[in-house]
Ligand binder design. Structure first.
Ligand SMILES: NC(=O)c1ccc[n+]([C@@H]2O[C@H](COP(=O)([O-])OP(=O)(O)OC[C@H]3O[C@@H](n4cnc5c(N)ncnc54)[C@H](OP(=O)(O)O)[C@@H]3O)[C@@H](O)[C@H]2O)c1
Length: 505
């Protein structure tokens, strides 16, 4: 058996109470409750015995019914199988408080938390998860403050607030949300979620780069030709039209998830694995990306909307005919862009980001294209394909390195082959779901996998330079692509200078 180096133990989390606002909603039932169950499941037993989970919402639901909803969510969606003994223990942790918006709602919550802490002999360790609409966040934080629930701890206990995406819809609103949070909370109490950071393969980026001697030496502009980051979605806008038609691909994917992937790929080695060092190293990448001029937006950014097409044998309507979408909508369902990280390491290396809906497959990946060989020896007559390191985030998590090899035979024929690692096959172990990982990190108080205020604003600064141009130009310059295709031809031409196509998952 190979040597396993355990750098940080999966420590048991301190006893705490997790309060979920919006407990009746989609995120709570589809992600949070199943993730908490998996952490508590018989195989893991990560939650402390005294940990309680208090669901809060406005609508009245009897606690038994809340537990019933939670059970069926766990049955359908938890990473760990439902086992009766584990379920009974987990169910006894679940409580539900309705009417939270009533004038005495937060006072009742406070009394309930104090009662839980008193009966368990616990310090006031509290986590408030805001699984509520973004426009309600600041109001709820103020109510938490006014009811004395999030004052900075005085050596006893902790209070942490978890905030979901989206943090704003543009630079101005993102700054306003951060300023609103900072009125009542210290940055150390705020855990901004980007669920991509909880994915096992994303967490592996740093291990791959800094835990292997071969990669870091060549991870720079001397050896890397360009980098491609793809997040493709198979489904169209579906039931999310109400939200999506106001957001679009740039806000929905690029500003958060794709910029997080980019900063992990491009960061300098952090001074240590401490949260502040890792986050600082990532932030420095974003600081080195300049907002685009209107001219650069025209040349470096492509936006498109899907037109009717076929996906998996089904007809997909025009985006503008989808229920809930404005017929004259200028919202992009596809974006491809080129940017540069203007620092010593990456000088002159283009980073290409592409995301879209109604594409042939759901996949997220990063492809590092190394430089071509000089036209000598094997590359004299035919240009050999460059080496590509592809990191697959989903599905089929793992990575592959394409190398050129000799084909067996008396002649000399060479062709690219893949050295491939499939996570599941190699490790034969359950990978924690992203939300399992993130909830665990909130409970142990480690902010490494969360996004700090300046990072949010830096990425919006870049995105805003594109939004400003698009807002002025409306539908002008908006291309279209058939649903079920890999996007508009213009996006493929972007890569012409590199003599390769986009990585096809
Ligand atoms: N669903 C996901 O997969 C997902 C993914 C990423 C981010 N998010 C973010 O997570 C948050 C929740 O999303 P969701 O999909 O769970 O939404 P949802 O299904 O609409 O649920 C939100 C819950 O919040 C409560 N709520 C609604 N309006 C409220 C208000 N004005 N003030 C306080 N509470 C209110 C509702 O319960 P009551 O009416 O009973 O109070 C509802 O159950 C949003 O910020 C969303 O952007 C969700």
């Amino acid at each position: 058996m190979d040597q396993i180096v355990r750098l940080a133990g999966a420590e048991k989390v301190p006893p705490c109470t997790v309060v979920i606002f919006g407990a009746s909603g989609d995120l709570a039932m589809r992600k949070l409750i199943p993730a908490l169950y998996s952490l508590d499941s018989c195989g893991e037993r990560m939650l402390a015995d005294e940990t309680m989970i208090v669901g809060c919402a406005r609508r009245a639901i009897p606690v038994d019914q809340f537990r019933q909803h939670a059970r069926s969510a766990v049955e359908r969606l938890a990473n760990a199988p439902l086992q009766e003994g584990c379920w009974d223990r987990f169910a006894s942790r679940l409580d539900y408080l309705s009417g939270i918006d009533h004038p005495e709602g937060f006072a009742r919550l406070k009394a309930r938390l104090e009662q839980i802490e008193l009966s368990g002999g616990l310090p006031p360790n509290r986590i408030f998860y805001l699984a509520i609409p973004p426009d309600a966040i600041l109001d709820w934080v103020q109510r938490l403050h006014d009811s004395g629930l999030i004052g900075l701890p005085e050596g006893r206990g902790f209070s942490r607030v978890v905030v979901e995406k989206p943090i704003g819809v543009d630079l101005r609103s993102a700054r306003a949300i951060n300023a609103g949070l900072h009125r009542y909370l210290d940055e150390s109490q705020i855990f901004r979620i980007d669920h991509y950071l909880g994915k096992e393969t994303v967490r592996n980026f740093m291990v791959l780069r800094f835990g292997n001697s071969i990669f870091e030496q060549i991870w720079n502009s001397h050896h890397i030709d360009h980098v491609q980051i793809t997040v493709s979605e198979e489904e169209g806008v579906g039931a999310r039209a109400g939200y999506y038609d106001h957001a679009g691909a740039l806000r929905d994917m690029v500003q958060n998830h794709m910029f997080q992937l980019l900063s992990l790929i491009a960061m300098e080695p952090p001074v240590s694995l401490a949260a502040e060092d890792v986050r600082q190293a990532k932030l420095n990448v974003l600081r080195a990306i300049k907002p685009l001029t209107p001219e650069e937006v025209h040349h470096q950014v492509i936006r498109a909307q899907y037109a009717a097409g076929h996906l998996d044998g089904k007809v997909v309507p025009d985006y503008s005919h989808e229920p809930g979408v404005a017929p004259d909508s200028a919202t992009e369902t596809y974006v491809a862009l080129k940017l540069f990280v203007n620092n010593w390491r990456w000088s002159g290396v283009p980073f290409y980001l592409r995301t879209g809906k109604a594409l042939p497959r759901r996949a997220s990946s990063v492809a590092i294209h190394f430089k071509h060989l000089p036209a000598i020896l094997f590359a004299e007559h035919h240009r050999l394909p460059a080496n590509v390191l592809t990191l697959r985030i989903q599905p089929d998590e793992g990575f592959s390195l394409s190398v050129t090899a000799k084909q067996p035979g008396l002649d000399l024929s060479i062709r690219p082959v893949n050295m491939d690692l499939h996570y599941e096959r190699e490790f034969q172990a359950r990978s924690p779901e992203a939300y399992e990982m993130l909830l665990y990190e909130v409970m142990i108080g480690d902010q490494t996998l969360f996004v700090d205020a300046e990072t949010v604003e830096r990425s919006w600064l870049f995105i805003q330079s594109i939004l400003d141009v698009w807002e002025r130009e409306g539908r002008q310059g908006l291309l279209s692509y058939a649903a079920g295709s890999w996007g508009p031809a213009a996006a493929h031409q972007m890569l012409r200078q590199h003599q390769c196509g986009w990585y096809e998952p």
